[in-house]
Ligand binder design. Structure first.
Ligand SMILES: *[C@@H]1O[C@H](CO)[C@@H](O)[C@H](O)[C@H]1NC(C)=O
Ligand SMILES: *[C@@H]1O[C@H](CO)[C@@H](O)[C@H](O)[C@H]1NC(C)=O
Length: 378
């Protein structure tokens, strides 16, 4: 019966569609041109052009030459030239040996240009060339699809007529993008007038697709990390009811793929709800319902170990996804591909809880006591 229904639904669609589904360009042509962004350097192109113009026109200008914030990367000063910066072996090695963070694929490696494309979502400077730090920065922003990490040769003084070519600093930049990057978008080779900004060791990474929806749940909702939820802000009850972990592997109780792990997590959430209802607490308390399960890949030093599933009786907003990873001894345990699934019965009634600043639209202050209604649950 079901397949007949699906077949007839397809038939209806086919009839409704008058032409083959080619891309139509009318609306594309009518739309404004996409905006291409170049990540900013700490002094603007305009500054450089003004210096260049000032030099060219030999007009007298007040020298700016203000000291710039020291760069976080190693200085290349022997000699301090753009050519030497580009040839600097530690930059090349850093780029070539960089790990691809979990949840991403490498788009390009060790280029001497940074990406400039649409959908610029900001940058930060890093203290080390760490793609995993940059991955966390990307994951923290909903909609970040890609990032670019590179070394940039920047001036130690704001270039001006009095100091057209100051000593250089090295900045390590992490730029995030809302669209995927590839070597064709890595076109910003710096700036060649006056002080020469150049770029080395530029690596680009693209985020993998979100996992599949799961029956009986809404989501996946993209998270910047694992949820770190406080008590329910209204009832002051703990909503965290524990976790399951499925190691990657082929043995029993293991999962072989991320997608299988997501299915295992949502199934574990449902099983937990069923178990709790078979083992209810003393009245008037109600058995806990797993209403939100947060899934992510847990990696030890970027080596994926398994799927971690955290369970909650209430559904938390993205703002609470603040656990990006942590050290355990000298190993960094990273969180990647974090998504939340919410029990569909619950999400039909309640939004995500959020009581911090900048709450997403549709979030509410909590107080439903795990979907049972507060009065009964108390
Ligand atoms: C730019 O300047 C800001 C503020 O001084 C500083 O925090 C940041 O690290 C600088 N970035 C670069 C790329 O120099
Ligand atoms: C959703 O929660 C209800 C209880 O409110 C439970 O009976 C049901 O099994 C849950 N659904 C899933 C997919 O876990």
């Amino acid at each position: 019966m079901r397949s007949t229904l699906i077949a007839s639904a397809f038939a209806a669609l086919a009839l409704a569609a008058p032409r083959p589904q080619d891309i139509e360009f009318d609306q594309v042509d009518a739309a404004p041109d996409a905006e291409i962004y170049t990540p900013p350097t700490n002094f603007t192109k305009r500054d450089i052009l003004e210096v260049a113009d000032a030099l060219a026109l030999k007009t007298k200008r007040d020298a700016d030459c203000a000291p710039q914030p020291a760069g976080s990367g190693p200085a290349v000063n022997n000699p301090d030239t753009p050519g030497n910066f580009l040839a600097y072996q530690p930059f090349i090695d850093a780029a070539n040996n960089a790990p691809t963070p979990q949840g991403y694929t490498q788009a390009f490696q060790n280029l001497q240009a940074s990406s400039e494309t649409t959908s610029y979502l900001g940058y930060k400077t890093l203290s080390t060339y760490g793609p995993i730090l940059c991955q966390e920065y990307c994951d923290q922003l909903y909609g970040c699809e890609a990032f670019n990490i590179y070394f940039e040769r920047d001036p130690s003084l704001a270039p001006a007529a009095g100091c057209p070519n100051p000593a250089s600093f090295t900045n390590i930049k992490c730029v995030r993008w809302g669209v995927q990057v590839n070597s064709a978008t890595a076109t910003n080779t710096g700036e060649t007038r006056s002080f020469q900004v150049v770029i080395a060791g530029s690596n680009g990474y693209n985020k993998l697709a979100a996992p599949n929806p799961q029956p009986g749940f809404t989501g996946p909702m993209e998270l910047g990390g694992a949820i770190n939820a406080p008590n329910d802000p209204v009832t002051n009850t703990n909503t965290y009811i524990g976790y399951k972990f499925f190691a990657f592997g082929t043995g029993s109780g293991m999962v072989q793929t991320y997608e299988a792990g997501v299915e295992a997590c949502t199934a574990a959430c449902t099983a937990q709800t069923a178990y709790n209802s078979r083992h209810p607490p003393a009245a008037p308390a109600k058995p806990n319902v797993c209403n939100q399960v947060v899934v992510y890949v847990l990696s030890d030093e970027n080596q994926p170990q398994g799927i971690y599933c955290s369970m909650y009786t209430e559904s938390w907003a993205q703002d609470y996804a603040t656990n990006y990873g942590q050290y355990r001894g000298s190993d960094y345990w990273g969180v990647s591909q974090a998504y939340a699934y919410t029990n569909a019965t619950y999400s039909a009634q309640y939004g995500n809880i959020c009581a911090v600043g900048g709450c997403p639209d549709g979030s509410y202050q909590g107080g439903n006591c795990g979907g049972w209604g507060c009065e009964e649950a108390r």
